[in-house]
Ligand binder design. Structure first.
Ligand code: SF4
Ligand code: SF4
Length: 67
C-alpha cells in the first residue's frame, strides 16, 4: 500500500494536514488522525506536518537523510 502513515506517538492532532490533502483523505478524529482508503500516497501532506508525524507514500521524502 502506498498510503501515508501517521505516527500516533508523534501526531499532536493539530489537524493542519487535513486541510492540505487534495483528495481529503485525512480525517481528524477526537483521538486519532485517520488516513482514509483513498489516500493516493502523493506525499503532499508530509512536509506540512509541523512535528513530522507523517511518512511513507510513494513520493520521495522531503527531508533527505545523509547517507
Ligand atoms: S499522501 Fe496525498 S492523498 Fe494521502 S493523505 Fe497525504 S496529501 Fe492526502
Ligand atoms: S499535521 Fe501532523 S500533528 Fe497535525 S494532525 Fe496532521 S499528522 Fe498530526
Amino acid at each position: 500500500m502506498t498510503a501515508v502513515v501517521v505516527d500516533p506517538d508523534v501526531c499532536v492532532l493539530c489537524g493542519l494536514c487535513t486541510g492540505v490533502c487534495p483528495p481529503n483523505a485525512l480525517e481528524l478524529e477526537p483521538e486519532q488522525l485517520r488516513v482514509l482508503d483513498h489516500c493516493t500516497g502523493c506525499g503532499w501532506c508530509i512536509p506540512y506536518c509541523p512535528v513530522g508525524a507523517l511518512s511513507g507514500g510513494r513520493a520521495r521524502p522531503t527531508r533527505r537523510r545523509h547517507a
